[in-house]
Design a protein around this ligand. Structure first.
Ligand code: ADP
Ligand code: G6P
Length: 456
C-alpha cells in the first residue's frame, strides 16, 4: 500500500518524541496503514524531520517518506493553493478565498514531486491511495507513468455544489487530475453527486450511475463515510484516571450542566457563531445563570494565515465580552483553552459533558462528533446540519449554525430533554458510530479498491 497525503501521520513533541498527528485524516489512517504495511508519502514539514522514517521504531511495519520543499513552495502550495483557495471554496466560504496564479504554479510542482515519489516507491500489484485536497493532480500524473496502476482517492472535506466549484479558474485541470483514479471516495452521497455533476458539466464527461467514463476508463465515485477507532475511545473513557478527572472537572465548573465545544481553531467550525448563540441564550434565559457552563477547547491551526489569526482575536474578544458581562461569584460562563490535548484529555471533556455543541458552518464529516458519542455515557449531541456527520446521525439535535435563534432553542432543547429521550437518542447514535468504525471503513474501502476497473 502506498499512501500519499500532505501530512505525515506523526508529529514530534519534546516530551514524548514522535506521536500521532492531530486532525481527522492522520487520526483515521495510521492504524490502517499499520495493519496493511507499506509506505506513507508526505511533505517535509520541518527540515529536522527525517526524509525516511521507519515506524514504529522498535518493530516497523511502515515507512514514512517526506518530500522536502523550499519555503516558497510550501507557502504557495500549502498555505496558498490548499488553504487559501481549495479549503474555502470546498467549505462554501468565499469571503476567505484568495486566488493567485503563483499558488497554482507551486501546487503543480509539488503534486508532480509527490507523483514522482510514488512512482519510485511503486511495485507491481501495489495499491496507491491518495488523500485530500492538497493532491488533486497526483492521480493523473501517476496514470501517465503507470497506465495500469490501481489508484484510489479519498476526499476528506465536502465537494461543493458545481456552481461553487466552478469559481476556481483551474476547475477543469484539477478535475482531470482526479479522474486519473479508478475509485474516488467521499463521505456522503451529496458530495458524490456534486462531483459527478462537476465532471458532467465542466468536462462534458459521460456519467453512468456512479461512474465517470473518462479517456477510455471508468472512474467509480462512491460514498464511504469515515469513522473513528471506537474501541479506543470507549476504553479510554472508562479508564479510572479519566473518570476521576471528569468528575473533578465537573466539580470545578460549579454548574449543573456542562456544555463543550472541541475543534481546530478554524473559521469553518462555527466557533464564533456558537459563542454568540450561547451569549444570546444567557440573555434570553437568565434562569440558567450560574447553572450552565460552556467549555470551548480550540487547537491552534494554520496559524500563519491572517484569516486564522483574525478568528483567534475574534474568539478571544467574544469570550472576554461574555464573561465580562455575565460572570458572577464563582460562576464563569465560558471557559476557553487555546491548546492541543491528548486523546485521554479529550475523553475527560467528552465524559464530563452533558452536551456537545458541534456546530460547524460546513464540515466534510466531523470526527469530534463520533469521538464524543464513543466516549460519553449518554450526553446530548447538538449537531450542525451542514456536516457530513449530520447525514448519518439523525438522532442528534440538528441545527442550522447560521440561524442564531434556532441555535438558542437547540441549547434549550438539549438542556431540557427528558432523560428517557436522551438515553433513547444516545442509544441510536452509539449504534451508528459503532457501524462507522474506522477499521470497518478501511476494510470496505480496501474491498472497493480491489475491484478491477473495466475498460470502456
Ligand atoms: P478536522 O478534520 O477538520 O480537523 P475533525 O473533527 O474531523 O475535524 O477531526 C479533528 C480531530 O482533531 C479529531 O480527531 C479531534 O480529536 C482532534 N482535535 C480537535 N481538537 C483538538 C484539541 N484541542 N486537542 C487535541 N486534538 C484535537
Ligand atoms: C482536515 C483536512 C486534513 C488536514 C487537517 C488538519 O482534516 O481534511 O487534510 O490534515 O484538517 O489541517 P492541517 O492544515 O493542519 O493539515
Amino acid at each position: 500500500m502506498i499512501i500519499a497525503a500532505n501530512r505525515a501521520p506523526l508529529r514530534y513533541t519534546e516530551d514524548e518524541g514522535w506521536v500521532p498527528a492531530i486532525g481527522g485524516l492522520a487520526t483515521a489512517l495510521l492504524p490502517v496503514l499499520q495493519e496493511q504495511g507499506g509506505v506513507w508519502i508526505a511533505m517535509q514539514e520541518d527540515a529536522k524531520a527525517p526524509t525516511r522514517q521507519p515506524y514504529p521504531p522498535e518493530a516497523p511495519d511502515l515507512e514514512i517518506q517526506r518530500i522536502p520543499l523550499s519555503a516558497q513552495e510550501r507557502t504557495h502550495y500549502y498555505l496558498g493553493m490548499s488553504n487559501r483557495v481549495l479549503w474555502p471554496i470546498c467549505h462554501y466560504m468565499l469571503q476567505h478565498l484568495e486566488l493567485e496564479r503563483a499558488y497554482m504554479e507551486a501546487y503543480r510542482t509539488v503534486n508532480r514531486r509527490f507523483a514522482e515519489a510514488i512512482v519510485r516507491a511503486y511495485r507491481p500489484g501495489d495499491f496507491i491511495w491518495v488523500h485530500d485536497y492538497h493532491l488533486m493532480l497526483v492521480p493523473h500524473l501517476i496514470r501517465q507513468a503507470i497506465p495500469d496502476a490501481n489508484i484510489s482517492f479519498f476526499w476528506h472535506i465536502p465537494w461543493p455544489a458545481m456552481e461553487v466549484y466552478r469559481i476556481l479558474p483551474w476547475s477543469r485541470e484539477l478535475l482531470q487530475g482526479m479522474l486519473g483514479c479508478d475509485l474516488i471516495g467521499f463521505h456522503v452521497e451529496e458530495y458524490v453527486e456534486n462531483f459527478l455533476e462537476s465532471a458532467r458539466y465542466l468536462l462534458g464527461a459521460e456519467i453512468e450511475d456512479n461512474r465517470v467514463l473518462w479517456e477510455g476508463r471508468e472512474v467509480r465515485v462512491e460514498a464511504h463515510p469515515i469513522g473513528i477507532d471506537v474501541a479506543r475511545f470507549e476504553q479510554l473513557s472508562e479508564r479510572e484516571d479519566v473518570r476521576r478527572e471528569a468528575e473533578r472537572l465537573r466539580e470545578e465548573m460549579h454548574a449543573e450542566w456542562l456544555l463543550i465545544g472541541i475543534d481546530r481553531l478554524d473559521y469553518t467550525k462555527g466557533i464564533l457563531s456558537r459563542l454568540q448563540a450561547f451569549e444570546q441564550f444567557l440573555k434570553e434565559y437568565p434562569a440558567y445563570h450560574g447553572r450552565v457552563t460552556f467549555y470551548q477547547v480550540a487547537t491552534p491551526s494554520r496559524t500563519q494565515l491572517e484569516s486564522y489569526q483574525q478568528l483567534k482575536r475574534e474568539v478571544d474578544e467574544a469570550v472576554g465580552r461574555i464573561n465580562g458581562f455575565f460572570a458572577r461569584d464563582s460562576w464563569v460562563p465560558v471557559h476557553y483553552r487555546y491548546r492541543t490535548y491528548t486523546q485521554e484529555e479529550l475523553c475527560v471533556f467528552y465524559r464530563a459533558a452533558d452536551v456537545a455543541l458541534i456546530t460547524p458552518l460546513r464540515d466534510g464529516m466531523n470526527l469530534v462528533t463520533q469521538e464524543f458519542i464513543a466516549a460519553s455515557r449518554s450526553g446530548v449531541l447538538v449537531l450542525s446540519e451542514l456536516t457530513g456527520a449530520a447525514h448519518l446521525l439523525r438522532e442528534a439535535v440538528l441545527v442550522n449554525p447560521y440561524d442564531r435563534d434556532g441555535m438558542v432553542q437547540a441549547i434549550r432543547t438539549a438542556l431540557e430533554m427528558p432523560v428517557e429521550e436522551r438515553i433513547e437518542r444516545f442509544r441510536f447514535l452509539k449504534r451508528t458510530v459503532r457501524e462507522l468504525d474506522v477499521h470497518r471503513w478501511a476494510r470496505r474501502f480496501l474491498e472497493a479498491m480491489q475491484q478491477r476497473p473495466s475498460e470502456v
